[in-house]
Design a protein around this ligand. Structure first.
Ligand SMILES: [Zn+2]
Ligand SMILES: [Zn+2]
Length: 337
């Protein structure tokens, strides 16, 4: 099968022929139709984070495709089902986190496209219990970005507790941010979108953002304070500065949700203001299987729009460059059909 493989962190991916994997106990073989390119895949390929994957490996955690073969004991699925293979590839199901609805925090979890091979390939093996069912009528090109960008921002808005009377600031309008805007709108909140690229802000406005701020020409903190300050700020931008700006744009009792994972891992937050203003800072990592099902459900009901551009898998390195240079308004999806 064709796959995009990382051989070394300082080299481009190579698109080559590798053997089709065999599903083990409780696993399924999925023939990939579409596969989204997330910034996490780029960090994985570069070995940017403290915990690194081990080359050679196949990135990709927004793979969507058809179940082609069931391994022994793979329950709940049939050949021909369309499924999504998310970042949370497997969790133990028994630890304190799994048992309390926080399987995304399981310390034994396996991560697709990171600790196990992912969806930048014609086939992937996945745990039958952890794939998401893609509802009939959802376009596989839409389903791919929903599998990480969608569920991640859906969960971030959920943990923020955003309500109809809130002002939600979304910092960074890309694959994640354009969906965060929509989930905040679905929660009924007013939304202010912040980015440094006008075309992305135009997308945010079309998707329902009430206000847009170009942080390259205007101070987003002053602009948001002029609106009364944000009750919630969700940060999907990949450098520390927007995290700091997002913090500063909160009103009292504001909630700051960290979502993006910049290679530069530190941000300065003042203790005094955090205490006196009653600020909450919370990290939010992807979403559970239930969150993913809800994300798909909203899309099937026509509540969300996915902005994406298709590429062939052979264009993977070029696509990574375009994402790094912020030349893509939202998501790139590899179409392997
Ligand atoms: Zn992702
Ligand atoms: Zn667990």
């Amino acid at each position: 099968m064709k796959a995009a493989v990382v051989h070394a962190f300082d080299r481009p991916l190579s698109v080559k022929d590798v053997p089709v994997p065999t599903p083990g106990d409780g696993e399924v073989l999925v023939r990939i139709e579409t596969s989204g390119l997330c910034h996490t895949d780029i960090h994985a390929a570069h070995g940017d984070w403290p915990v690194k994957p081990a080359p050679p490996f196949i990135p990709g955690h927004e793979g969507v495709g058809i179940v082609e073969r069931l391994g022994r004991g793979a329950a709940g699925l049939a050949e021909g089902d369309r499924v999504a293979v998310p970042w949370l590839g497997w969790a133990c199901g028994a630890c304190e986190y799994c048992a309390s609805g926080w399987e995304t925090l399981c310390e034994s979890q396996r991560n697709t496209g990171y600790s196990v091979n992912g969806g930048f390939a014609e086939y992937v093996v996945a745990s039958a219990a952890f794939v998401g069912r893609v509802p009939v009528g959802v376009d596989p090109l839409d389903a791919a970005p929903l599998t990480c960008a969608g569920v991640t921002t859906y969960k971030a808005v959920k943990v923020s507790g955003a309500r109809s009377s809130d002002l939600v600031a979304v910092y960074g309008i890309g694959g994640l941010g354009h969906l965060a805007v929509q989930y905040a709108r679905i929660a009924g909140a007013a939304v202010v979108a912040v980015d440094v690229v006008d075309s992305k802000l135009k997308v945010a406005h079309e998707l329902g953002a009430d206000y847009v701020v170009n942080a390259a020409c205007e101070d987003p903190v002053a602009a948001i304070k002029a609106l009364g300050g944000a009750d919630v700020a969700v940060v999907t931008a990949v450098s520390p500065k927007p995290f700091q700006q997002a913090y500063a744009s909160l009103r009292r009792r504001g909630r700051l949700v960290f979502v993006a994972l910049p290679a530069d891992n530190h941000v300065d937050i003042p203790i005094f203001e955090t205490v006196l203003n009653g600020i909450t800072v919370v990290g939010s990592i992807v979403g559970t299987r239930v969150d993913l099902a809800e994300t798909f459900e909203l899309h099937a009901r026509g509540q969300t729009r996915v902005i994406r551009e298709s590429r062939r898998l052979e264009q993977v390195n070029e696509a990574i460059g375009q994402v790094e240079r912020a030349e893509v308004d939202a998501r790139i999806v590899f179409d392997l059909r």
